[in-house]
Design a binder for this molecule. Structure first.
Ligand code: GLA
Length: 585
């Protein structure tokens, strides 16, 4: 039986020492048609192992509704890696961080406001158990102990950065073992005292995560784990971007140097990331330390393969270092994936959000404006509507609290935007006959890291005019999963500008005869979401830094292709362009 074992300071596999050269690829961030291509490139770069997280919210989007196909076909991803002769490390957690919505936890957990997350709380553990009952039996035949490629699995994720509940960690460990996970189990933490103290589990191998200063990191690990193979489970060779901030990058030679230092220490390594991919749909996460910082749609991560799968200078620099530590054959890469500029696409049809509500949502009536999770919604937008009586003068509308960004309309007219990081009150005079108030809130991604992870969306407390809470709301949950019922009207010249400042859908078609990757540029558009042939590509925002969204070729078809753009603020120029190079800012 093949098994990865710890012997002294080495990993041993099938009787010989194994040095793990691993890279992260998250199957749920790459279209399945490209998994083989990305894995081939990982192997060609000199790696012998691929690592992936498992995103619970992808596999159980609604409680009890399990999804293991498409972007969620983890078994196929692992099998493909195995076919290519790669080992696989799986980090099922249940929590994964990863700049992924709510760190991979399903948003519906938040419907139970009394539940404590990531600790020994029965309510939380019952949900984890049901998920593990579905997930782990699927992984079992893929374990190396059963002839598959999975050699190791992680318990939780950097748990010491969050908590110190050993009963919880041991519960997860026992739950994995009792479900047949008889491969090497490990934890990973930052190389700091409190993190190692909080995150380590007796009898389980600890690994550390860092981006530089390997020697220092491993010295700290050694204080807590005097013997055992050294492994950096997350070598941060790039970084991610937040909206409204600068694009992040790290030079290739700096990465090569840090890698060399690590390998000189005799360590094994997992590159976080080898290939980042994309936060398609509404799956981006957010950070919240000082303030709320939502992560952009691209998860390019400035790493060895670009978001669209092309080797970067880092790929070659890393391969050169790896070749000093392991024998590598001549570099052989799969055929490059073609990129194409399909050119300008005119959005020729349009329809407003407010005139399509009944096609998009089942309204709910409630005294107060409930948060998303209380109406059974996880992602997208939510609209709160009520009437306010008049006359009233000199009051301000206050959203208490808005998560994350709201557009306010009085009698259908745009009155302003309220942002979580800039929660301005909106002055509102009410005429004698009263007015209709609409508040459209966007969930911009739940916090995935740190003490503020419990992050319900929509309006969490209430909406006030001055100090008076307003009651009697109609709520339209707008998850925007399926836009096929929208009723579009032809857009005539000059009409687009009249639609400015009202949330609208725009539709345009473009022809494809030779499918290739492309990128959509949204100059002149303000903020919204793009769908190609019904697939949600993710958010765009003029705030940047990201300026284009990646459209992988498998989302296109020969013949006519449909673009639908949901623009929150409207545009006066309903035109986009499909270009052959990304612009991440
Ligand atoms: C930590 C987490 C990862 C990821 C990185 C930053 O190490 O464990 O999931 O969030 O930070 O990219």
């Amino acid at each position: 039986m093949a098994e990865l074992k710890v012997q002294g300071n080495d990993f041993m596999y099938e009787g010989s020492p194994l040095r793990i050269f691993s890279g992260s690829i998250h199957y749920f961030r790459v279209v399945p048609e490209y998994w083989r291509d990305r894995l081939l490139k990982l192997k060609a770069c000199g790696f012998n192992t691929v690592e992936t997280y498992v995103a619970w919210n992808v596999h159980e989007p609604e409680e009890g509704n399990f999804v293991f196909d498409g972007l969620g076909d983890i078994e196929e991803f692992i099998r493909t890696a195995g076919e290519l002769g790669l080992h696989v490390i799986v980090r099922p957690s249940p929590y994964i961080c990863a700049e992924w919505e709510f760190g991979g936890l399903p948003a519906w957990l938040l419907a139970d406001t009394s539940m404590y997350l990531r600790c020994f709380d029965r309510a939380f553990l019952d949900k984890v158990d049901r998920y593990f009952d579905e997930l782990l039996p699927r992984l079992k035949p893929l374990l190396c102990t059963n002839g598959g490629p999975i050699i190791a699995m992680q318990i939780e994720n950097e748990y010491g950065s969050y908590g110190n509940d050993k009963q919880y960690l041991n519960y997860l460990k026992d739950g994995m073992i009792s479900r047949g996970m008889d491969v090497l189990l490990f934890t990973s933490d930052g190389p700091e005292d409190h993190m190692l103290q909080g995150g380590m589990v007796e009898g389980v191998l600890e690994t550390v995560n860092f981006g530089s200063r390997a020697q220092e990191a491993f010295e700290k690990l050694r204080e807590y784990q005097p013997e055992g193979p050294l492994m950096c489970m997350e070598f941060w060779n790039g970084w991610f971007d937040h909206w409204m901030e600068e694009h992040q990058s790290r030079p290739a030679d700096d990465v090569a140097e840090a890698l060399d230092e690590m390998l000189r220490e005799g360590a094994s390594v997992n590159f976080y990331m080898f290939h980042g991919g994309t936060n398609f749909g509404f799956y981006n996460g957010a950070n919240h330390i000082q303030r709320y910082e939502p992560t952009v749609t691209s998860y390019d991560y400035d790493t060895l393969l670009s978001e669209s799968g092309d080797p970067t200078p880092k790929f070659y620099a890393v391969r050169e270092i790896l070749s000093r530590y392991t024998e590598l054959p001549e570099l052989e890469l799969p055929e490059p994936i073609r990129k194409k500029a399909y050119g300008q696409v005119n959005m020729t049809e349009q329809t407003g959000l407010f005139s399509n509500l009944e096609k998009l949502a089942q309204p709910i009536h409630h005294a107060s404006p409930l948060p998303m999770e209380k109406v059974g919604q996880s992602y997208g937008f939510i609209l709160y509507s009520t009437r306010i009586s008049g006359p009233r003068k000199g009051f301000e509308l206050v959203l208490q609290d808005v998560r994350d960004r709201a557009l306010v309309f009085a009698d259908g007219k745009y009155r302003g935007t309220v942002e979580r990081w800039n929660p301005a009150a909106i002055p509102l005079d009410i005429p004698a006959e009263g007015l209709k108030l609409d508040v459209l809130v966007e969930n911009m991604g739940r916090v995935n890291y740190g003490p503020l992870m419990r992050d319900p969306k929509g309006i969490t407390e209430g909406i006030r005019l001055g100090n008076q809470f307003l009651y009697d709301w109609t709520i339209h949950p707008l998850p925007m999963k399926d836009l096929s019922d929208l009723h579009f009207e032809p857009l005539r010249e000059g009409e687009a500008s009249a639609q400015e400042e009202t949330p609208s859908f725009y539709r345009g078609l473009f022809e494809v005869s030779d499918k290739a990757d492309t990128f959509i540029r949204l100059d002149g558009w303000e903020k919204g979401v793009v769908y190609v042939n019904g697939f949600n590509l993710g958010r765009y925002w003029e705030a940047g830094p990201q300026k284009t969204l990646y459209i992988p070729a498998p989302l296109l078809k020969d013949g006519s292709n449909e673009l639908v753009i949901f623009e929150l603020h409207g545009t006066s120029q309903p035109v986009v362009s499909l270009v052959d190079t990304p612009d991440l800012g």
